[in-house]
Design a protein around this ligand. Structure first.
Ligand SMILES: [Zn+2]
Length: 82
């Protein structure tokens, strides 16, 4: 998986996790809460594996907007095709 897809999966996963947990709280549904937590954990785990610079392999910051340039090697991350 490329770093751009990993970034999208992380943020969509976190959105779903928050929505599921909020629904679980509203409707007293512990199964939905467990699902939300699981989705959140999987999203974070895949980002920890795949969200890194394709050039030098440096991990990119998870809880920030995708940087324009790699903090390790300076590669342009926004305009790259990968
Ligand atoms: Zn790099």
């Amino acid at each position: 998986m490329g770093y751009k897809r990993s970034y999208a999966v992380l943020h969509l996963g976190m959105l779903w996790a928050v929505l599921l947990v909020l629904c679980a709280i509203s409707f007293h549904a512990p199964l939905a809460a467990a699902g939300g937590v699981a989705i959140g954990l999987v999203s974070i785990l895949q980002a920890d594996i795949y969200y890194k610079c394709p050039e030098c392999g440096k991990k990119l910051p998870l809880w920030a907007v995708m940087p324009h340039f790699c903090p390790g090697c300076g590669r342009n991350l926004r305009d790259a095709k990968v």
